[in-house]
Design a protein around this ligand. Structure first.
Ligand SMILES: C[S@@+](CC[C@H](N)C(=O)[O-])C[C@H]1O[C@@H](n2cnc3c(N)ncnc32)[C@H](O)[C@@H]1O
Length: 267
């Protein structure tokens, strides 16, 4: 299972839906429902999880443009009553200019921001500002991981994972855990009304498949940066997988949701 595979996206979708902050969605919905038809652009949409979460909660007539560089993920985006849905295959590292962000559009993304660079995010948010677009960026990883039962190497692994998060994910050096905070700073600088809220995953023993996938991903990322200590990463991985197998493992992963409203939206 890779970072953007359809299997991984469908495994995380229920945890994402349970974690997202409902007040930010409700606030956006209350504002967009005042319009005859609300319009959204979902960046890095994958198979459409953000659309599936937001559309029924926003309500009213909606028009969506879903953008991803992976045609096979876009092919899995389904229909939703009340929504006109368009998809477009675009590499966002270079293709941000290929669609218009005009006046009343809401720019949204889920689980994308931590992949992008400061330069790319600054450009995106400048474009939102120029067109007075609102934005909802959900589920940006913020660097917090806690595991139960506690292991002496949890903190060491977390630090290596967070270092790995800052590597280049195609957009230049990634903001990683700093992404949501940086988005708030940039939107505030443009005079937006900015709201942020925690959207942490609280994974329980029943979420064993997702826990196992995370442990594998973190151990691999940590081992890439652990120098001569990759065996230590493997040993941590095995201890954590044993806790999952015993039904004793709980994992919290920190995320942030950000809603940014220009004056015309915030009313
Ligand atoms: C972590 S997934 C999140 C997907 C979806 N938003 C969700 O919440 O399930 C990140 C998504 O960004 C897309 N992506 C990554 N780099 C991209 C790029 N350079 N251009 C367009 N999409 C990209 C991936 O294909 C993937 O679908």
């Amino acid at each position: 299972m890779t970072g953007f595979s359809a299997d991984w996206l469908s495994l995380r979708e229920p945890a994402d839906a349970a974690a997202r902050d409902t007040t930010l969605t409700a606030r956006l919905g209350a504002l967009t429902r005042e319009r005859a038809r609300s319009r959204f652009i979902d960046l890095g949409c994958g198979t459409g999880a953000n659309l599936r979460y937001l559309a029924p909660r926003i309500g009213g007539l909606q028009e969506w443009l879903l953008v991803d560089r992976d045609e096979s993920l876009l092919a899995r985006v389904g229909e939703i009553p009340g929504c006109t849905i368009h998809t477009r295959c675009v590499d966002l590292t270079s293709g941000l200019e290929s669609f218009a962000l005009d006046g009343d559009v809401v720019v949204t993304a889920s689980a994308l921001l931590d992949l992008v660079s400061d330069r790319w995010l600054t450009h995106l948010i400048s474009r939102c500002h120029e067109s007075r677009a609102a934005a909802l960026f959900a589920l940006s990883y913020d660097g917090r991981i806690t595991c139960e039962p506690v292991d002496a190497d949890d903190e060491w692994i977390r630090q290596l994972v967070n270092l790995h998060q800052r590597g280049d994910k195609g957009f230049g050096p990634a903001l990683g855990p700093k992404a949501a905070e940086r988005a708030c700073e940039l939107f505030s600088g443009f005079g937006y009304e900015v709201h942020s809220a925690l959207s942490d995953w609280h994974l329980q023993p029943r979420d064993s498949e997702l826990q196992r996938a995370l442990i594998e991903e973190w151990a691999t990322a940590a081992a890439e940066l652990a120098g001569g200590e990759s065996d230590r990463c493997l040993a941590w991985r095995q201890r954590r997988l044993n806790h999952v197998a015993r039904g004793a493992s709980r994992i919290t992963v920190g995320h942030l949701d950000v809603l940014a409203l220009p004056g015309s939206f915030a009313g």
